[in-house]
Design a binder for this molecule. Sequence first.
Ligand code: 5GP
Length: 116
Amino acid sequence: MAEETIFSKIIRQEIPTPLLYQDDLVTAFRDISPKAPTHILIIPNKLIATTNDVEEDDELTLGRMITVAKRLAIEEGISADGYRLIMNCNSHGGQEVYHIHMHLLGGKRLGPMLSV
Ligand code: 5GP
């Protein structure tokens, strides 16, 4: 069983973070250290540590993460110009918080996908 992270406390609102969206499957809130004018995290309410731990039973939740990203992009006014969805996995992916999350980034031209 994976260890809870700060994200579980945000889902339960034990750490007061304004929520942009929450339902029975997912929660969304602004990244504490935004890398773009819009930087939102969309996370499953269920603790899944990494994308390596995703199972078939999670497919509805993972799909919901994308439909919520789409909805939030419209609300943020960035859907027409475009945006980027990112999920990092483990150390090579640059994952810092071991509760999977989708970054929704936009509000400016984001440039090349990777700087190598
Ligand atoms: P990762 O590198 O794991 O893909 O991204 C983790 C993200 O979570 C980072 O962008 C970081 O700024 C964000 N983050 C870490 N702790 C908190 C927090 O307590 N509140 C919020 N809103 N974002 C956080």
